[in-house]
Design a protein around this ligand. Structure first.
Ligand SMILES: Nc1ncnc2c1ncn2[C@@H]1O[C@H](COP(=O)(O)OP(=O)(O)OP(=O)(O)O)[C@@H](O)[C@H]1O
Ligand SMILES: [Mg+2]
Length: 285
């Protein structure tokens, strides 16, 4: 049973704490959570709540002061496993320009592979496949600086994908993008999750993005404050707002309507669901 659980958990954090030397309190404080195989999880929390620190603990960029982080069963405290851990848990960051290292798209995707001694023929196959999956094949020979922000992030995702990860962690990867770029990136990660079976962890300030996850983890002051499906978490509007966060627009509207005495479901997430509720109510009256 224990072993089977490990197989199912891409990331398993148990009572993890971490502090920066210059800070008094823990940036991550006694956090326990898991990212299951095939899961799409979102981490929310206001600025400074510890999300990025937690992401770095998931990728062995940091090791816990106490507690353990297992990535596909591998303990991040073990130096010898760092390469395997980073290959299994890829990271995509906020600024696309800081992640691109080469002057041609396909060379950028190849970068991690070359550094890790993957044979040239295999590199070719992996680049082609990764670019195909993120829909950037036709840009393989282009200069990255000519691309839009959304395209650059898809190249960054391809670079991670080429390493054949089991989980990809995206730390505000859409924050610097325009709405269409955000949509491109979100569609891409959902497709990776659905079609390639890769577990996804997104850290985001966009509640509409969080609403598309299977599961939410809400942080505050380094601790986990709420967990559950987006439907369950966001329906607790007061609590979410109390943590300095917003709820998706339609959940907020449902809340306001209920305050005004209109009996809509409190856990509406999307425009479609709101339309359904309004139709149901007008039929009733
Ligand atoms: N490199 C660092 N050195 C010192 N303290 C840091 C460092 N990075 C983060 N911190 C502190 O750790 C705490 C958690 O920061 P973290 O960046 O993990 O939060 P976050 O939830 O990602 O915030 P944001 O939404 O602004 O990205 C904050 O108090 C922050 O000031
Ligand atoms: Mg952050």
């Amino acid at each position: 049973m224990g072993e089977q659980r490990m197989e199912e958990d891409r990331i398993l954090a148990t009572e993890v704490s971490f502090h920066y030397p210059e800070e008094e309190r823990n940036a991550v404080d006694q956090v326990s959570m898991r990212v299951k195989r095939g899961e799409f999880l979102a981490i929310l929390g206001h600025n400074g709540s510890g999300k990025s620190t937690l992401a770095k603990l998931f990728n062995a960029l940091y090791v816990p002061d106490s507690g353990t982080v297992l990535v596909c069963g591998m303990d991040t405290v073990n130096d010898e496993l760092v390469f395997d851990i980073r290959q299994n848990a890829g990271m995509v960051f906020q600024n696309p320009d800081n992640q691109i290292v080469a002057t041609i798209v396909e060379e950028d995707v190849a970068f991690g592979l070359e550094n890790n001694g993957v044979p040239p023929a295999e590199i070719r196959t992996r680049i082609d496949e990764a670019l195909r999956i993120v829909n950037m094949s036709e840009y393989a020979q282009k200069a990255p600086h000519m691309l839009s922000g959304g395209q650059k992030q898809r190249v960054a995702i391809a670079g991670v994908l080429a390493m054949k990860p089991k989980v990809i962690i995206l730390d505000e990867a859409t924050a610097m993008l325009d709405p269409s770029g955000r949509e491109e990136v979100m569609n891409t990660v959902h497709r990776l999750n659905r079609e390639e079976g890769i577990s996804i962890v997104i850290i985001t300030h966009y509640m509409s993005e969080a609403a598309t996850a299977d599961y939410l983890v809400v942080m505050d002051h380094g601790k986990i404050h709420m967990t559950g499906t987006p439907r369950k978490v966001f329906a607790d509007v007061e609590n979410v707002r109390g943590l300095g966060l917003d709820v998706p627009p339609m959940t907020g509207l449902a809340h306001d309507l209920r305050e005004a005495g209109i009996d809509v479901r409190p856990d509406v997430l999307t425009v479609e669901e709101m339309v359904e509720e309004v139709c149901r109510l007008s039929l009733k009256n």
